[in-house]
Design a binder for this molecule. Structure first.
Ligand SMILES: Nc1ncnc2c1ncn2[C@@H]1O[C@H](COP(=O)(O)OP(=O)(O)OP(=O)(O)O)[C@@H](O)[C@H]1O
Ligand SMILES: [Mg+2]
Length: 384
């Protein structure tokens, strides 16, 4: 089956959101996966056909394998597995296709050929069918979460209190997670900035050589190209920093960073009014939630500008009895009833699903209500 052939032809966004919810719960409850952590930059998520072809992948999944999202589309998991892992991977992929949830460990090679041990959590995306719809069309698309497994659960020291041991485990997993993040950052810096700076150095040396030879015009052209390359490199550096932690958040605190974000979106589209209502002080928001709240707001705003054709957005952060509530309401076209077309499956990122995972993995809840008449409301709440 070609990659663009949509197993998810009849999928609706709410099927995907529902699958994410089930996957989150099942992956957390799965006893064989004690303590695995998700990449702090966001869950690595993809939609795969039942036989393991990438139909869609988010940026974290693409980054995990060293590709851009659209480069992953059409690739087969089996082709990415090292030779001696293929048979067991094939067996997992062909295991009962109607099974709702399935976790297994396998090795997959990234673009650079280096294999990484990964846990795949696969959740069947069950589309809602109507009797007149072709039932075969939606069989088997799987929402898949890729996680790097941690070392096996350490055994309880004799006499250690279970909660102390659990706390120690959490700390250990956190540290392993941080270490992995550092490795990934080092790789980004090396492959992105390192390569770009090497190129700049070569270009400047080339220009210098031409100047020495008296070829001033050629040297000037080389330097013009160098300036462009430097500009691109600065952009790349900003992106790497932004992935780590939004700079505005560091400098301004959450409420001011959200307000700046709203102003930026307002300026980015003609005829769009973005209001921001905040009843929360920066000090009232736990450190570990700040980046998540910012990212959820950012993705919701991005979606509105990209898809909603809205003229009004209202963003609010307020305290509720149980904790914090972030809401983003637009008056745009909505999408609740629109099926995800084959093109969507191939080209859609998994922004909403990633947002849901981000919120729920911190014990929060995400809900999306959308209609053609009253736009879309994204609400995320966290318990304090
Ligand atoms: N506020 C909105 N108004 C209308 N449609 C929306 C809105 N938010 C999301 N959508 C629809 O939901 C789909 C899924 O959104 P999602 O954020 O998961 O992916 P994406 O925005 O297409 O890609 P990415 O987030 O990776 O850039 C979108 O393609 C769009 O059709
Ligand atoms: Mg999006």
């Amino acid at each position: 089956m070609p990659a663009s052939q949509p197993e998810g032809r009849l999928l609706k966004l709410r099927d995907l959101v529902e699958a994410m919810r089930k996957l989150g719960t099942a992956a957390r409850l799965d006893p064989s996966q004690g303590g695995s952590v998700t990449d702090a930059r966001g869950a690595a998520l993809a939609i795969l056909s039942s036989d393991g072809i990438f139909l869609s992948a988010n940026r974290s999944a693409a980054a995990l394998f060293g590709y851009a999202s659209n480069e992953l589309v059409g690739r087969r998991l089996l082709d990415m597995a090292p030779e001696h892992d293929r048979a067991s991977l094939a067996a997992h992929l062909s295991a009962d296709p109607a099974r709702e949830f399935h976790s297994f460990t396998t090795r997959l090679a990234a673009r650079n050929g280096r294999p990484t041990l990964l846990v795949l959590h696969r959740q069947l995306i069950a589309a809602n069918r109507t009797p007149d719809q072709d039932q075969r069309a939606d069989q088997g698309a799987q929402l898949t979460l890729f996680e790097e497994p941690l070392s096996p659960e350490p055994r309880l020291a004799d006499g250690a209190h279970p909660s102390e041991a659990a706390a120690r485990n959490r700390l250990k997993y956190l540290m392993i997670g941080q270490q992995r993040e550092r490795q990934r950052l080092a790789a980004d810096l090396h492959d992105g900035l390192g390569q770009a700076l090497t190129l700049v150095k070569l270009m400047v040396e080339d220009a210098r050589m031409r100047l020495r030879r008296g070829q001033a015009e050629d040297a000037a052209q080389k330097l013009d190209a160098t300036v462009l390359q430097i500009r691109e490199t600065i952009g790349e550096m900003r992106q790497i920093c932004g992935e780590l932690r939004p700079l505005a958040l560091e400098r301004l605190g959450l409420p001011a960073a959200l307000s700046t974000l709203c102003r930026r979106f307002e300026r980015s589209a003609e005829g769009l009014a973005v209001s921001f209502h905040c009843e929360v002080d920066d000090r009232d928001v736990p450190e570990h939630l700040k980046a998540d709240i910012f990212r959820v707001a950012q993705e919701a705003l991005n979606n509105i500008v990209k898809h909603a054709a809205a003229t009004e957005i209202r963003l609010a952060l307020r305290r509720i009895e149980t904790g914090l509530l972030l809401t983003v309401q637009d008056n745009g076209t909505g999408y609740d009833t629109r099926p995800l077309s084959s093109e969507d499956i191939g080209s859609t990122g998994l922004g909403l699903t990633g947002m849901q995972h981000r919120v729920e993995s911190q014990g929060g809840a995400l809900s999306v209500q959308s209609s053609g008449t009253s736009g879309t409301l994204v609400s995320a709440s966290w318990t304090l």
